[in-house]
Every structure is written in structure tokens, then in C-alpha cells.
Design a protein around this ligand. Sequence first.
Ligand code: FSA
Length: 411
Amino acid sequence: MSRANSMVLIIGGGTFGLSTAYHLANAGYRNITVLEKGATVPSPLSAGNDLNKIVRAEYEEPYYAELALAAIAEWTSNPLFAPHYRQVGYLLGNSAAALEKSRTSLAKSLASIQTHPAFAGQITPINSREDIRAVAPALDGAMDGWVGYFNRLAGYARSADALRATYDAVNGLGVGIALDDAVATLDYDGHKCVGATTASGKRYTADVVILTMGASVANLLPSIGHQVTGRSWAIAHVQLTPEEAAKLAGIPVTYSRDLGFFFEPDPTGLLKVSPSGSGYTNKNKETGISVPPEDNNFMPPAEEEAIRKVLREHLPSLAERPLVNTKICWCADTADTDYIIDFVPGKEGLIVATGDSGHAFKMLPLVGGWVKDVLENGKQDIARWAWKEGNNAGGEVSWRVGKSRDLNDYT
Ligand code: FSA
């Protein structure tokens, strides 16, 4: 079947789904429909529906460092994405209290870029308070004993804006998008997935169905719940006055691996803060599978203190301010933090693209191309992104601190 005629149904209009629509439409597919449960794009259910997300290419795994560099090239040069990227640099380190695990992770990240030609002249080691002042004079917290490095070839994306722009672009390329209607069932003819039916009873037929539902994917594909775990992290904001915001304009994305991270204020003066940790699952008591609940506009009680601790360390004058627009943001975690982009075994015509594991928004410009490769090759040739039966995500990830907890124990 030609690209133009092939009917492609994408379920989930977030980062992976819109990127997939973008890559397929650009490649000549003319019969693409995206189904999104949320009433708007960006969807309230999408992790990318956020002020900003970190864009950086240092990784413990050099494989991802290369991909992230390719993504940064897109963020810099593609007119669709470039308006939403701010290359303010990345100040990454550990506070004096950090444990060995956090220090080892940081050292591996640094090693993935330190001798890489793309980063020549871009990295400055940070070994003293003076070093911090030299790269981020607006940070007036104690940061005593804070060590790490400053990477100039990094920054952040205005993620909700970037998703909106991608949505507009795919709309312009003729992609059909149906909002505000959840998919209730996938429809099969034997083992072949032939489409989906929504809660309102609409039926969509397709030659291929692509599930891009992030942390919610197990709702439609329970068998993936053994390798993808929905896990959430708290996000809060401080509303700054225009004068306060002006003082912090252009600060690097600052991430104390053991405490948390924050970004420069957005144009309305909102400064986003998020704590470190190993996140919260929402496990079903019977199945043990974790998917997001309906309401995510809250934070587990311990997270407020964690967020204030981040502020106290770096920007103490904001530490006791009201926290606004608090929420938990859901990632689709895999045990090895590799993405999953593959055909679903035992079915035909059904592809899954998920497993962001908290490090995929930066790949918005590229990830849909990797989905397209799988679709066109008829299989996944990249072993690390293949379906991995029974590979349960326990939460112990080298680059995270603390233990994963379950929301049901804390709220
Ligand atoms: O690319 C990045 O460094 C994203 S970090 C954001 C974060 O909150 C992680 O800190 C957390 O461990 C989880 O993976 C969700 O994303």
C-alpha cells in the first residue's frame, strides 16, 4: 500500500504522537488520524503540557548522547522548533549532602560529553562557589560545597508551546485530530488490529494503529504494564514580579541531582521547580500495574518541602513563597530507561511507542522518525527499543535518587 493511502491511526496526541504524525505527514502519508482523550492540545494528560523541559545531551549512556545532539541540532535550526528552544546552558551538580550514587551518575554524564568534539569549549567544571558565580551570578543561595559543571550546549524547550506548534504544523499537513474522546477499545480481526472505538461510540478503521499514550498505555494494552510503569514527579511554580523575573532572565537550567531543578522564569514570570527523587506510582492493588489517575493537580505532601529545599539552596528569597499550579507529571518508565518503539508481539498492525522514562521530551523533533522507521521496516532493529517481555520497572535507576513510592500510601 502506498504511503498516501495507508490509513494510520495514532492514539495519544502528546509528544510521541504529534512527532509521529509530523514525521509521517512530512514523508507523504495522507491518511493520518490522531485520537486524543484530552479536550485540548497540548492535552492536560501529556507530560509535555508543561512550561518547559530540559534539553541536554549528556547521558550516562553515550548512545542517547548522540541522539540528543541530533535533537539539539533540530531545536536550533528547524524553524518549527527553534522559536521554542532557549539555549541558556545547563548547570548540573550535586549539593554537599549528595550520596555516592548521585555523584557517580554525574561523573558518567560528564564523561559522555567531555571529550566529544561537539562540546569542545562548551564545558566548564564547577568546583567552588566562585565558579558558580562566574556562570550564574543571579543564583544567590549558599550552594556550599556544590560541585559539578556548566554545559553551554544545552538549555530548555518551552514544551507546551512546542507541542502546540507541532499540532498546528500537522494540522496544516492534513492530519485529522479528534479531541475530547478517549479510545475505549482497540478493534481486532483475529490478531490484526483494525482500528479503535471511542467512548462516544465512534469507530476508526486503520491499516496500522500506533499507541502513543505515554504512561497511560497499559489502559489499552494491559500486557505492556509489566514493562512500562506510570511514575510521576511533582512540579510547582513561583509567581515572580516583573522585577524579580528580570533578575533571573537567562539563568541556566540548574539541576542539583540530589535536590531538584528549576528554569528561568517564563514570559509571565512563572518559575518552575521540580524535586529529585524516584517518583510516585499509582498501582492498581490487584494487577500491580501503574497508570495515572484522572486528577493530577495535586502534590504528595512531602514534595512541598522538597521543592522549598531546592529554592532554599539556590534562590532563598523565594523559598517561602506560595507555590502555584502544582501538579504531578507522568512518565512511562521502563526498567532500563530505554524507550519502547516496536510492533506488539502476537498482534499485527499494532505499534507501541512509549517508555519515555523521563528523558524524551527533548526528542520531540526526532522520535516520530524512529516510529516511522519501525512502521516501514516492519520490525524494530534497535534492540534497546524492542518490546521486552516481563521486564518490570522497579524504580531503581542509576541516575535517580531515593526510592520509588506509591501515591496510594501518601495521599
Ligand atoms: O532530561 C532530563 O534530565 C529530565 S530530568 C526530569 C525528571 O523529573 C527527572 O529528574 C526524573 O528522575 C524523572 O525521570 C522525570 O524527569
